[in-house]
Design a protein around this ligand. Structure first.
Ligand SMILES: NC(=O)c1ccc[n+]([C@@H]2O[C@H](COP(=O)([O-])OP(=O)(O)OC[C@H]3O[C@@H](n4cnc5c(N)ncnc54)[C@H](O)[C@@H]3O)[C@@H](O)[C@H]2O)c1
Length: 255
């Protein structure tokens, strides 16, 4: 049997990049899926519907930093699928970010990164958790980053935001444990998503080779490398694991 049969998932940031691959993996394991993204996820949803049936998937254009939009997304998901078992907080302001000294980052950009990467994760968890609490089961997977452990330069806004996500995961795992809800971080290393390749050639050029150098496993990382850990954290196989960070980065960091 597929490992997520009967489960319902919300995946944020599922319209492109790594999220598109997460969507396919969750659907392949039997989960019914709501894809939420500021970008249009209809094509990803149509591909999944073709393979797994029209009732397996829906998509919503949602800004995770906007509380009213998040509330509407959660309500629509409940109406459409009747419950929420899995939340993957993957949406973030990442691929378009340019390398910048922290002394050059303006307040508006700093606040925008925090609003999407931190407030968005908080809002999604805040509005999904009551439904998980009511059913006494849930899996929240927050997408962090290997940059937190390494504190890389020239991305202080992003690294700080993912550090906050890591701390949020630990804190909320303590609050939600009594309700049988697991909250974990999945921390990718530098991954060749189509977003990074298409939107940030400078980042690609600067980060690709050094990423390979610091790994134990000396090769590029692809979205497909993350899917096993994602499904593991979403499935009953990880029911006694919470508050943890799983680094999927070829051994670059040791959490
Ligand atoms: N690619 C990497 O090297 C890498 C490494 C570590 C962590 N990550 C994390 O993995 C995730 C996916 O990264 P990616 O490489 O696919 O890059 P990406 O920038 O394409 O992924 C972000 C996704 O979030 C969506 N998004 C942006 N703002 C949003 C908002 N306000 N509301 C809803 N959705 C919004 C984007 O449209 C996109 O689909 C991100 O959380 C990123 O921080 C990526």
């Amino acid at each position: 049997m597929a490992r997520l049969e009967g489960r319902v998932a919300i995946l944020t940031g599922g319209a492109k990049g790594i999220g598109r691959h997460y969507a396919g993996a969750l659907a392949k394991e039997g989960a019914r899926l709501m894809i939420a993204d500021v970008a249009d996820g209809r094509q990803v949803a149509a591909d999944i519907a073709r393979e797994h049936g029209a009732n397996s998937v829906a998509s919503s254009v949602t800004d995770v930093s906007d509380e009213s939009a998040v509330k509407a997304l959660v309500a629509t998901t409940m109406e459409r699928f009747g419950k929420i078992d899995i939340l993957v907080n993957n949406a973030a302001l990442f691929a378009p970010l340019a390398e910048q000294k922290f002394t050059d980052i303006d307040i508006a950009l700093w606040d925008r990164v925090m609003a999407i990467n931190v407030r968005g994760v908080f809002l999604m968890a805040k509005h999904v958790a009551p439904h998980m609490i009511a059913q006494k089961y849930g899996k929240i997977i927050n997408i962090s980053s290997g940059t937190v452990a390494r504190g890389i330069p020239l991305f202080a806004h992003y690294v700080t935001s993912k550090g906050a996500v890591t701390a949020f995961t630990r804190a909320t795992s303590r609050e939600l444990g009594e309700h049988n809800i697991c909250v974990n971080n999945l921390a990718p290393g530098f991954t060749l998503s189509d977003s990074v390749i298409d939107e940030n050639p400078q980042h690609l050029q600067h980060s690709r080779a050094p990423s390979i150098t610091r790994r134990a496993l000396k090769r590029d990382e692809y979205p497909e490398d993350l899917l096993g850990a994602l499904v593991f954290l979403a499935s009953a196989d990880s029911d006694f694991i919470t508050g943890q960070t799983i680094a999927v980065d070829g051994g670059a960091t040791n959490n």
